[in-house]
Write a protein that binds this ligand. Sequence first.
Ligand code: CA
Ligand code: CA
Length: 224
Amino acid sequence: EALRRWRHPSRGVVGPVEFIPVLECSDLIIDVGRFVLTEACRQVKAWHDLGHAVGVSVNVAARQLHYDVLIDHVREALGAAALGPGYLTLEVTESMLMVDPKVTAQRLSALAALGVHIAIDDFGTGYASLSYLREFPADILKIDRSFVAHLATSAGTNFLDALVGLGKTLGLLTIAEGIEEGSQLTHLKHQGCDLGQGFLFSKPLSPEEIGELIRSSRRLVGAR
Ligand code: CA
Ligand code: CA
């Protein structure tokens, strides 16, 4: 998942949680979003050229999804990098889907028609109507980190298991976010959750560090 950092001259490195909400208040998020799409596709293509067939997930803001120009920006980013669309996933939060469900579904369908994957992000926190969920061309469900964090309680376990089950019932690939402990991973694997994300696997890394991580994990696989 591509996450932007802002290298501020006096504040140092500012995380996305701090500055993305400010950008989202204006159309600046459209320009920054376009840059992120372009840069993410370029970087993934660079890894492909080194023999690593990885994909990337890019977060889409509510305001980006509000305009048809997003479809052009995605097409341009893929074209500029000469990247196959199947290597790009767009993450939209569950709450964004409910703003104007009909128009949003059409726009997402146009994006899906390009061949990119659509993931519903932070699932379980946004109160999306389940009947609508079927209308969206999503193929991935990202289960919010709060459900993984509450795994220690029995109520938390029930919720998490239900969300994984729902994803499977709808035929979606399930990804659990915020995995920090081995016990959480074991439980999720047992429930049939497809993929995981979190500090247990890695802290956020720079593109250079990710390149090194891919190389070293490949060496590990090769050594077995
Ligand atoms: Ca996300
Ligand atoms: Ca998320």
